[in-house]
Design a protein around this ligand. Structure first.
Ligand code: HEC
Ligand code: HEC
Length: 321
């Protein structure tokens, strides 16, 4: 393997490298041209690349490159682009009359999608991820509204909340605790009376009706169909926010329920409030549906269909106020 073994191969006329393995010798051919030029090309390319792009790692960063390009910058630009494209949508969401949002298909679908995401983040812990509610937290899918089901009503409820101490415009009302005012047997009579209402009983007849007229009709109405200006629920529709068992109704009438919802006006932007209102309105504004699935405790209520078809549970659903 030393130079003294170098010689010219007689068959090809090419010099050998002088390496020999078991008599097999290596010819000293030059590298192919194409290979060499490719190699020189990559060297030139790498020098240009190092100058133009981030390349050499430093302690905390890397050389920036003459073009100032970075993957992070690319992502930021893409985000800014999406932001800018949505800025128009957000602006028109704020400018458009709430009731007219669904007339603009693109705006409506933007609002519904954004509203769904906002709902899942901010509202689902109380109202359920599917908005079906729970005991004390109203179902937002059905056509039964405590405070009104127009998109304006819903947006107001979301913006200011209900019975909270934070927003002076919060929807407010308070059912008295009748445990302090009525005897136990009177409350028991009222419980039975209230349970009979979805079955079509006359709210004002019988001993229960007398008590109802004196103590309850002012808020729940002489027809017991509730009052949206007070958030007083319809008691004839077999949809119970707080349950319909003897114990639950005794508790409700004795202590007075006090459902609180926080205001979102300060926490969400105006566009976000409108988006989530559009989303909620889209959930419940549709067809009347049978509300059995909204009854947390079915006792005595599920089978109580209204006797008069004209007095169906959803009769009152026309937007009020
Ligand atoms: C901390 C629990 C809580 C959170 C969070 C919450 N809500 Fe509520 N929400 C309530 C309660 C309780 C009521 C019922 C108050 C009552 O009894 O009148 C209510 C009522 C409502 C109503 C009125 C329903 C009707 O029948 O009139 C709407 C609409 C509503 N919530 C939407 C939302 C939206 C949208 C969000 C999210 C931005 C949200 N809520 C977040 C607790 C909550
Ligand atoms: C000052 C108005 C007011 C009066 C008077 C009043 N209520 Fe209420 N009632 C309400 C409001 C408001 C609610 C809803 C509270 C909430 O959502 O937290 C309610 C809720 C209820 C509920 C719960 C309904 C459900 O869906 O779970 C029942 C039952 C009820 N009231 C029965 C009565 C009876 C019986 C009387 C008479 C003894 C009465 N109320 C008197 C305002 C009133």
């Amino acid at each position: 393997m030393s130079d003294n073994k170098r010689r010219v191969d007689p068959v090809t006329g090419t010099e050998t490298t002088g390496h020999s393995w078991d008599g097999i010798e290596e010819l000293n051919n030059p590298l192919p041209r194409w290979w060499l030029w490719t190699f020189y090309g990559t060297v030139v390319f790498s020098v240009i690349y190092v100058v133009l792009y981030p390349a050499i790692p430093l302690l905390n960063s890397a050389t920036g490159g003459a073009l100032g390009w970075s993957t992070r910058g690319d992502v930021a630009a893409a985000i800014a682009e999406v932001d800018a494209s949505q800025a128009d949508m957000r602006a028109s969401l704020v400018e458009t009359d709430l009731a007219a949002i669904d007339k603009n298909e693109a705006l409506f679908s933007f609002a519904t999608n954004a509203g769904g995401a906002i709902f899942r983040t901010n509202c689902s812990q109380c109202h359920g991820s599917g908005a079906a509610g729970a005991l004390g937290y109203p179902n937002l899918l059905d056509d039964e509204w405590l405070w009104g089901g127009t998109i304006e009503d819903i947006a107001f409820t979301i913006r200011h909340g209900i019975r909270n101490e934070v927003d002076p415009d919060a929807r407010y009302s308070q059912m008295p605790a009748f445990g302090d005012m009525l005897e136990d047997d009177q409350i028991a009579t009222l419980v039975t009376h209230v349970q009979s209402l979805p079955g079509g009983a006359d709210p004002l007849s019988g001993p229960g009706g007398e008590l109802f007229e004196m103590n309850c009709a002012a808020c729940h109405g002489a027809n017991a169909k509730g009052d949206r200006t007070l958030g007083a629920p319809n008691l004839t529709d077999a949809i119970w926010l707080y349950g319909s068992s003897d114990e639950q109704l005794t508790e409700v009438i004795s202590r007075g329920p006090f459902g609180v919802m926080p205001p979102w006006g300060g926490r969400l932007s105006e566009a976000e409030v409108r988006a989530v209102a559009t989303y909620v309105h889209g959930l419940g504004g549709g067809e009347p549906q049978v509300g059995e699935n909204t009854i947390p405790e079915g006792a005595g209520a599920t089978d109580a269909a209204p006797s008069d078809p004209d007095e169906g549970p959803f009769e009152e659903d026309a937007p009020q106020e």
